[in-house]
Design a binder for this molecule. Structure first.
Ligand code: GLU
Length: 470
C-alpha cells in the first residue's frame, strides 16, 4: 500500500466534540482551587483537558475538585559533595497526585528545567495513564533539578542517594513507587532502591523494600522487557490504531523527536515491522534520509556521541541492521517538521510542538511517545489541519504497564519470560486503545478527550464505590 506523504484528513473526524479548543480555561473548578491563569502553564493546560473531559461525562463536582490538585506536593533541598570537594545544594520534588486506585506511581526525572508545575502536570498524567490502562495504581511524579550529563558517575550516585533519603519517609513499596523517566535509568533505580532498603527499619522485610522502585536492573528484580517497554507500547498502539486511520505499518514512513530510550526503541521496533524511519531530531540536531535511516546504526551512534548530530558524517556507507539506505543529511528544525511522513512520534520533552511547529508538520498522525509534547495552540492547529493525535496517556503507557508487571513479579518472588511480558503488555495496550476508540465514538470527540474520558470513567467508579472519608 502506498503511504502518501502529504497530510490528509483521516477517516475519523478530528476534534469535533468538547469545548477544549474553542473555550480554554473555562471550568469553574480552575477558579475554585485558585489556579493561576497563565495559559503557558503546563499544569493549567493538563488540568483543563482533564476537566473538559470530566464535564462531558458529568463527573461529580467533588471528584473534579479532588483531581484538580495533587494530594501531596513534596519539595526538598539537599546538599551533595561534588568531585572537587565543594558542596552543591539540589532541589527535588515528589508530587503524589492521586491514590484512590492504588499506590502512587510514576517516574523521577533529572533535568535542569524541572520545576513544580511540570512535575504536578506529569503526576496528573500518570493518574490518567494508570486509570486508562486499568492498572491498580494512582499517579505521582518526581524530579531533581540537575543536568545529569554534567555530573560524574559518582556525583550522580550521591545525588540519587541523597534525594532518596530526603523523600524516603514519603514513599514506599505499597505507597509510592518511583521509576525511571527523562534523565534517569536502571542504574539510578538500583542506587535508589539500595538506599531505600538500607534506610528501612525492619531487617526482616529488607529485600521486599526493593519494590520501592521499578525499572531496576534485571539482576536485582527488574523485569525483562522493561527497558524497551514504553517504545514497545507506542508500537502496540500504532499497530492497533493505524489501520483504522488508513495507514499500514509495513512500509509506512515515520519521524522521531528524541532518540533516547523511548525514541530509539520505538524506531528499532517499527523498523523490524517494515516501517521506514526517514527523519530524527534531538537536542543535538536533525537528520533525514527519505530512503530510510538505519535505526540500529543510529542507536549505536547516539550511545557513543550523545546525540544524532554527526550521523550524516559517521554513518556506515551501506545499511546494516535494517536493510535500509545508510547515512543521512543534516537538516534544520523547520525541514525536520516539514519532512513528509505518515506518523510523527515526539519522544522527547514536553511542549515542543507549538503553533509554528504544528503548522509545519507534514504527517497524517502524531503519536505522543513523550508526555504532553504539544501545547494547546499546537494541538488546535494539528486538529484544524485534520492531523490525528494519539495522546500520551495512551501511546506512552507501556512503561508504567511493565513497571506494574515488575512490581507484581517482585511481590510474587518470580520472574516472567520476555514473551510473557510482551504478550501481557500488548493485551493491556490494545484494551486501552479499544476503550479510547469506544469513548470517541460515543462522545464524538477527539482522541485526547476520549482517552481522558475512558480514564475518568474508571476513577469516577472507584470514588463511587470507595466514597470519600469520613
Ligand atoms: N516515567 C514513565 C512514564 O512517564 C514510567 C513511569 C513508571 O513506570 O512508573 O510513564
Amino acid at each position: 500500500m502506498s503511504n502518501t506523504t502529504a497530510p490528509v484528513p483521516t477517516s475519523a473526524p478530528a476534534a469535533t466534540g468538547g469545548k477544549r479548543n474553542s473555550e480554554p480555561f473555562k471550568s469553574p473548578i480552575l477558579h475554585e482551587v485558585g489556579l493561576p491563569m497563565d495559559p503557558d502553564n503546563l499544569y493549567l493546560q493538563t488540568v483543563d483537558v482533564m476537566l473538559t473531559a470530566a464535564e462531558m461525562i458529568g463527573v461529580p463536582h467533588n471528584i473534579q475538585l479532588i483531581l484538580a490538585q495533587p494530594k501531596n506536593e513534596i519539595m526538598v533541598h539537599f546538599p551533595v559533595r561534588m568531585d572537587d570537594g565543594s558542596f552543591q545544594l539540589f532541589k527535588g520534588y515528589r508530587v503524589q497526585h492521586n491514590n484512590a486506585m492504588g499506590p502512587y506511581k510514576g517516574g523521577i526525572r533529572y533535568h535542569p528545567h524541572v520545576h513544580l508545575d511540570d512535575v504536578k502536570s506529569l503526576a496528573l498524567l500518570m493518574t490518567m495513564k494508570t486509570a486508562l490502562t486499568r492498572l491498580p495504581f494512582g499517579g505521582g511524579k518526581g524530579g531533581v533539578k540537575c543536568d545529569p550529563r554534567r555530573l560524574s558517575r559518582g556525583e550522580l550516585e550521591r545525588v540519587t542517594r541523597r534525594f532518596c533519603a530526603a523523600i524516603s519517609h514519603a514513599i514506599g513499596p505499597d505507597y509510592d513507587i518511583p521509576a525511571p523517566d527523562v534523565g534517569t535509568n536502571a542504574q539510578v533505580m538500583a542506587w535508589f532502591a539500595d538506599t531505600y532498603e538500607s534506610l528501612t527499619d525492619s531487617n526482616r522485610s529488607s529485600w521486599d523494600a526493593m519494590r520501592v522502585v521499578t525499572g531496576k536492573p534485571v539482576e536485582i528484580g527488574g523485569s525483562l522487557g522493561r527497558e524497551k517497554a514504553t517504545g514497545q507500547g507506542v508500537v502496540d498502539v500504532l499497530v492497533e490504531m493505524l489501520p483504522e486511520l488508513g495507514i499500514k505499518v509495513d512500509g509506512m514512513k515515520f519521524s522521531l523527536i528524541g532518540y533516547g530510550n523511548v525514541g530509539s526503541w520505538t524506531g528499532r521496533i517499527l523498523a523490524k515491522l517494515g516501517a521506514k524511519m526517514v527523519a530524527v531530531m534531538d537536542h543535538t540536531g536533525a537528520i533525514r534520509n527519505d530512503g530510510g535511516i538505519d535505526t540500529e546504526a543510529l542507536a549505536a551512534h547516539v550511545a557513543q556521541t550523545g546525540g544524532v548530530a554527526g550521523f550524516d558524517k559517521n554513518a556506515p556507507a551501506t545499511g546494516t541492521g535494517n536493510g535500509k539506505a545508510a547515512g543521512a543529511t543534516a537538516i534544520s528544525t523547520e525541514e525536520f517538521y516539514k519532512t513528509p511522513v505518515d506518523v510523527l512520534i515526539p519522544a522527547a520533552l514536553e511542549q515542543m510542538i507549538k503553533a509554528q511547529e504544528a503548522s509545519w508538520i507534514a504527517a497524517k498522525v502524531v503519536a505522543e511517545g513523550a508526555n504532553a509534547p504539544s501545547t494547546p495552540a499546537g494541538d488546535r492547529i494539528l486538529s484544524e489541519r485534520g492531523i490525528e493525535i494519539i495522546p500520551a496517556i495512551l501511546a506512552n503507557a507501556g512503561g508504567v504497564t511493565v513497571s506494574y508487571f515488575e512490581w507484581v513479579q517482585n511481590k510474587a518472588c518470580t520472574s516472567w519470560s520476555e514473551e510473557q511480558v510482551d504478550r501481557e503488555l500488548n493485551r493491556i495496550m490494545v484494551a486501552a486503545a479499544h476503550r479510547t476508540n469506544k469513548a470517541r465514538r460515543e462522545f464524538k470527540c477527539d482522541m485526547r478527550t476520549a482517552a481522558y474520558i475512558a480514564a475518568l470513567q474508571q476513577i469516577t467508579k472507584v470514588y463511587e464505590v470507595r466514597g470519600i472519608f469520613p
